[in-house]
Ligand binder design. Structure first.
Ligand code: SF4
Length: 475
């Protein structure tokens, strides 16, 4: 059986909020479908498009922006580069004008109400996040493809043979944490160094490093923007942004004009417990408020959990010693390996495993990365990841109104704080005496995911989503 090969740029992806599976993955699926139309020379003959959303994509698709993402993807827009301020106006224009520019090449009639169907009661067996695209051609024939958005922006086309994917020769193949530990102990390399050696199979080291710093720049800008944007989040829940007032209160009268001077100003406030705790929360709130507003974020490893890793990284940059570009690269590469182990051994999809698969995994990734950057041993790095996940096991996904806002935004603050606590615990512990291994917790998470009631898996059919009475305006 072909083993899955996951690069740092599969786990960390630049995109647009609010959801990696329901927005970024759906967007990618729409782009792939238009590429298929082109490859098969059907594009010029398309008269009508119909889109069928199944399972979780139907149930929480409106709140998660699946409709927006799919229509923009069909126009040929790319989530990495598309102007985030143009997302909502472009979507509204398609709905109002009833015209869709397919792949930017062919303008067809498109009726949002009749051509984009939310099949709330239907689900496909392979994965809860399914979308079928149907193109009806001038000659009376139809061309159809089904895609599954399997979490973290990863997309699988129905019938696609994974063995056809280009495989590379990785010097240190890793499926489980015990294999990672074996490579670390037999070579003396850190987790991040093992990752960097593997990344060489895909591209030169300089390209990998530049790409990671580009991803960090998106995280940094997102955090700064979120701390300096006021108002309410879209979607109708009337959730007020909290990073802005928290930043204002914490920073006081300090003078700053950009990210670097802002960080300097924060450092001058010292590192008292409440002050540090408030800043970590502020960083996480900022990213996820941007995510909820169709802002540009880095999927890490999902969008709902996009604030945990930037918050812990900002904590390291601001409140710990030794920050440099190399440390940022170390942090992100180490985190990516932990995310990859969870994806291979369990899931990073909330529709498969609830919120433990999102916030839990991001917290484990951040805990491991922080531990390595603070000088922990390889065993302590894995122990930190294990501790962080152990205390997220069973966490359900129950977003109110299907929006990635409540409990999602606050939950990122919790994931970040738990990551820091897990790292501290690991750094103060002897991992040889640990009773629970990272592999055991990955396995436990997967078993818990299998046992979890479907209503707690990104459907908004249970939990907070059904206990908090709200009425949202029809989108
Ligand atoms: S509850 Fe957790 S898993 Fe569900 S949408 Fe929110 S952040 Fe994602």
């Amino acid at each position: 059986m072909i083993k899955e090969q996951i690069s740092v740029f599969d786990i960390f992806k630049i995109g647009i909020g609010p959801s990696s599976s329901h927005t970024l993955g759906a967007w990618r699926a729409a782009q792939q479908f238009t590429a298929s139309l082109k490859e098969n020379n059907f594009l010029a003959d398309v008269e009508m498009i119909k889109i069928l959303l199944y399972g979780s994509l139907a149930k929480t698709g409106k709140g998660h922006g699946t409709d927006v993402a799919i229509l923009l993807g069909l126009t040929g827009a790319d989530p990495v580069t598309f102007d985030v301020d143009a997302v909502t106006p472009t979507f509204e224009a398609i709905k109002k004008d009833k015209k869709l520019s397919l792949a930017g090449d062919l303008v067809i009639d498109f009726d949002y109400t009749n051509d984009l169907l939310f099949l709330f009661a239907e689900s496909l067996p392979f994965h809860p996040n399914a979308v079928t695209f149907q193109a009806f051609l001038k000659n009376g024939k139809a061309f159809s493809e089904t895609y599954y958005s399997i979490g973290g922006g990863f997309v699988v086309k129905e019938g696609e043979d994974s063995s056809q994917k280009v495989q590379v020769d990785l010097p240190f193949p890793v499926e489980k944490a015990k294999e990672l530990l074996h490579w670390c102990l037999s070579t003396g390399l850190k987790v991040s160094e093992i990752v960097m050696e593997n990344e060489l199979a895909w591209r030169p080291e300089s390209v990998t490093k530049a790409g990671i710093l580009q991803h960090f720049a998106v995280m940094r800008d997102c955090t700064y923007r979120g701390c300096h944007t006021t108002g309410f989040l879209p979607g109708g829940l009337d959730v007020a942004r909290r990073a802005f007032p928290l930043n204002k209160r914490l920073i006081g009268k300090s003078d700053y004009h950009d990210y670097n001077s802002w960080i300097e100003a924060i450092r001058k406030g010292g590192n008292g417990f409440n002050y540090t705790l408030d800043w970590v929360s502020c960083f996480a709130l900022a990213v996820n408020e941007e995510n909820a507003s169709f802002g540009r974020v880095v999927t890490a490893p999902t969008n709902g959990a996009a604030g945990v890793i930037p918050a812990v990284l900002q904590y390291f940059i601001t409140f710990c010693d030794g920050y440099s570009d190399d440390k940022i690269i170390q942090f992100i590469t180490c985190a990516s390996e932990i995310g990859s182990i969870f994806k291979k051994g369990a899931t990073i999809s909330a529709a498969m495993g609830g919120c433990q698969a999102e916030i839990g995994v991001s917290s484990a990734m951040a805990a491991a990365a922080l531990t390595e950057c603070l000088g922990g041993s390889q065993r302590q790095v894995l122990m930190a990841a294990e501790i962080a996940m152990e205390h997220h096991l069973g966490l359900t996904c129950d977003p109110i109104g299907g929006l990635v806002q409540i409990p999602c935004i606050e939950r990122n603050t919790m994931g970040a704080i738990k990551a820091i606590t897990a790292s501290q615990l690991a750094l103060q512990s002897n991992p040889d005496k640990a009773k629970v291994s990272l592999d055991a917790v990955v396995n436990t998470m997967w078993e818990t995911a299998l046992d979890m009631n479907a209503k707690y898996k990104e459907t908004s059919d249970g939990g907070l989503a059904t206990n908090i009475p709200i009425s949202l305006p029809e989108c």
